[in-house]
Design a protein. Structure first.
Length: 184
C-alpha cells in the first residue's frame, strides 16, 4: 500500500511503510475524516500516535500544524519505517519515538507527567481486548488534556465500554471501520 501525506506542509510526500502483514494502515479516507473533524484543534497541538505503524497519523498531524508528535510502536520494522519517515520529512526535533508495547508506553508517559491535546489509537483489529484497555487507561489517567480529544479507530462491530470521565462526542463509520471521538 502506498502512503502519502494528504494535506498541509508535507502534502503529497510519500511515506515508507512496513510490510502489510505487520500493520493495517489507516485508509486515506479515514485519515482525512479524522483530521477534517479536528482541524481547529491540530494547530500547535501535541499529538500521540498509539500503535503508530508507519507513523502516518502523527506525521499528518505535523504536516497540518501540530507542534509535536509522539509515536508508540512495538514492532521493529514499523519503528524503522517511522524513523525513516521522520528523517525524510526532516522533523526529528518535533518527534519522539517510543519502542514499547502501548500499555508500558502509556504508563511511562503518565509517570513523566506527559499529556496530549490529541491522542489517536489504532490497535490491531484482532486484539479486541486492547481496545477496552486503552480506552479505560486514557479515561482514568491524565494523558489527555482537559480540552483535548481522544480518537480510536475500531472495527465496525466494536462496542465501547462505559467510562467514568470521557464522553463519546461522535462516532463515524467508514466501510468496515469506525472512528470514535472522546473528550471530557
Amino acid at each position: 500500500m502506498s502512503l502519502s501525506i494528504a494535506s498541509g506542509f508535507f502534502k503529497g510526500r510519500k511515506l515508507a511503510s512496513p510490510p502489510s502483514s505487520i500493520t493495517r494502515p489507516t485508509s486515506s479516507l479515514v485519515r482525512d475524516a479524522l483530521f477534517n473533524s479536528l482541524q481547529r484543534e491540530i494547530d500547535e497541538s501535541e499529538f500521540l500516535d498509539l500503535f503508530a505503524g508507519s507513523g502516518a497519523m502523527g506525521l499528518e498531524a505535523l504536516s497540518r500544524g501540530a507542534k509535536a508528535a509522539t509515536f508508540v510502536e512495538s514492532h521493529r520494522l514499523a519503528i524503522a519505517s517511522i524513523k525513516k519517515n521522520i528523517e525524510t520529512l526532516d522533523v526529528a526535533e518535533k518527534c519522539s519515538v517510543i519502542s514499547q508495547k502501548s500499555e508500558k508506553a502509556l504508563e511511562a508517559l503518565e509517570k513523566k507527567g506527559k499529556s496530549f491535546d490529541i491522542i489517536f489509537a489504532d490497535p490491531p483489529y484482532a486484539k479486541k481486548d486492547l481496545y477496552d484497555d486503552v480506552i479505560r487507561f486514557i479515561d482514568q489517567k491524565n494523558l489527555l488534556k482537559k480540552s483535548g480529544f481522544f480518537c480510536i479507530e475500531t472495527p465496525i462491530d466494536f462496542e465501547a465500554p462505559l467510562l467514568e470521565c470521557l464522553k463519546s462526542v461522535r462516532s463515524k463509520r467508514y466501510g468496515s471501520t469506525k472512528l470514535i471521538f472522546y473528550t471530557f
